[in-house]
Design a protein around this ligand. Structure first.
Ligand code: SAH
Ligand code: SF4
Ligand code: F3S
Length: 467
């Protein structure tokens, strides 16, 4: 009665929330499993950012509830952004749900499940659905537990929750609430524990990490709270690489650009959401920067950070986006030559400022614009990956590759996926890989070591390279 399967939709913050819930449940004696067919309890951690994301989760929940009809003791819960967004209304279409948990109540899931199970086992009245969607002060500090029974070479760490921007298309401020930072010492403790457990890379997560601690922590020597946090995480022994997502162009100031030359652990990869290359559309989206400022940040980073790579988010088909507006996006997208990008077709969200705006763009035009950007992206990704052929890249070995016997996968500093033959014992090591082949999504190569199969005790891979 205690095997739990958690299915996660949405962004990295959701993945992290699911992991934290899993860790708490393990601590309570539940077993987390990977096969949903074997589960006694299924939790869907949901996303509301586009309509499609909600429809997927609703479809899945409906399907699971049919399974519940055959087995009354089977438990189905919905957590996260869609739970927060739709709340009680979810029960109109899915009345048999056992549990609906909002984004500030993830840490209550073990208590709620304990209660539901006790009732199902006849120790209480027939359960009505449990709905827990309140705001909770300091809930940002509850996303901190990890499964320390197994090693995570690369781990996510949530440093804050919520968002105070009001981009007119976006539902996240509704689903995630106001911006709340975790204190620096809490974050450091979490990263230290991860490092002690074998983690080598951390990705600091927040809706806008560049706003981290703006109200709670003062600037010091011209450095923002976020840069101060990066400096302190950098000092943690065992952590070799630091990444973060997402910064906001507005908050990407000189102190952060300079941090790249001072902090060698900071990886030369920046996910910087552009959304549109048209000033008019940025204004309608309430994104407070110009296309020129965006390009300036990219140029400054390219000038100062060797080999830096970029990814971005773009929305095509925002209301009022004309051919000319799109052409400006296309031209900037081409000029920046992003190595990676996430391109979204605008999806109208309830209770956002953009809801009901006139001049909606047709689905067909959205598709066309989406395809134009995807073609540019594929060309640029391939070109970039091919430019790595012949170079030696430091790769953090993460896990066996999904394809290719004896092959392992990891990331280059610029976040390109690298695949190469290696051995299990190199997992968690930074190794030099000579790149020999490239596709749009990955690079392939081989370790620059003689006797990789039997690395000598005295030599770490890096020293071996120097010899
Ligand atoms: N906080 C992050 C983004 C979180 S949402 C940031 O501001 O960078 C991830 C991405 O989803 C956004 O960057 C945006 O490109 C996309 N998105 C958000 N709302 C959307 C909508 N209504 N329709 C289509 N894409 C959307
Ligand atoms: Fe949404 Fe804008 Fe906040 Fe990002 S910054 S989460 S796009 S409102
Ligand atoms: Fe989706 Fe919520 Fe993330 S709406 S994108 S899961 S913050």
């Amino acid at each position: 009665m205690n095997r739990v399967y958690i299915k996660t939709y949405g962004c990295q913050m959701n993945e992290r929330d699911s992991d934290a819930v899993a860790a708490l449940l393990r601590g309570r004696g539940y077993t987390i499993i990977n096969d949903e067919k074997e589960a006694d309890i299924i939790l869907l951690n949901t996303c509301s950012v586009r309509d499609q994301a909600e429809q997927k989760a609703i479809g899945k929940a409906g399907h699971l509830l049919r399974r519940k009809r055959k087995n009354q003791k089977f438990v189905v819960g919905v957590m996260g952004c869609m739970a927060q967004n739709r709340g009680q209304d979810l029960l109109d279409s899915l009345p048999d749900l056992d549990l609906v948990v909002g984004t500030q109540k993830f840490h209550q899931v073990p208590d709620h499940l304990d209660n539901i199970i006790a009732t199902l086992n006849g120790q209480g009245p027939k359960p009505s659905p449990l709905v827990d969607l309140e705001e909770e002060e300091d809930s940002q500090n509850t996303i901190r537990d990890h499964n320390l029974e197994s090693r995570q070479v690369s781990a996510f760490v949530s440093i804050m929750q919520g968002c105070n921007m009001n981009c007119t298309y976006c539902i996240v401020p509704t689903t995630r609430g106001r911006e709340r930072a975790r204190p620096i010492p809490h974050i450091l403790k979490e990263v230290e524990e991860l490092a002690a457990n074998g983690t080598r890379e951390v990705t600091l997560l927040g809706q806008i990490v560049t706003s981290y601690g703006r109200r709670e922590i003062p600037f010091k020597d011209g450095k923002s709270p976020f840069v101060q946090l990066l400096e302190q995480v950098s000092e943690i022994e065992g952590i070799e690489r630091i990444r973060f997502t997402s910064p906001h162009p507005r908050g990407f100031k000189q102190d952060l650009i300079e941090a790249y030359s001072r902090l060698p652990k900071l990886c030369p990869y920046v996910h910087l959401p552009l959304q549109s290359g048209s000033q008019k559309i940025l204004k309608a989206m309430k994104r407070p920067y110009s296309p020129e400022r965006f390009k300036q940040i990219v140029d400054d980073l390219r000038a100062q950070v060797p080999g830096v790579t970029f990814s971005t988010d773009i929305i095509v088909g925002f209301p009022g986006e004309t051919d000319e507006d799109f052409e400006q996006t296309r031209a900037l997208f081409e000029a920046v030559a992003f190595e990676m990008a996430f391109i979204f077709k605008y999806s109208e969200r309830p209770n956002t400022e953009a809801e009901g705006m006139s001049e909606q763009v047709s689905q067909e035009v959205k598709e066309q614009r989406n395809q134009i950007l995807l073609d540019i992206l594929h060309k640029n990704s391939l070109k970039h990956n091919e430019s790595l052929i012949g170079t030696i890249q430091q790769v953090l070995v993460e896990a066996p590759a999904r394809k290719g016997e004896g092959c392992f996968a990891g990331r280059t500093p610029g976040y390109r996926k690298a695949i190469f033959p290696a051995s299990e014992r190199l997992i968690g090591e930074l190794v030099p890989v000579k790149i020999e082949r490239a596709t749009t999504s990955s690079v392939f190569g081989s370790l620059v070591l003689s006797g990789v199969e039997e690395p000598t005790q005295e030599l770490t891979p890096l020293e071996a390279l120097a010899n």
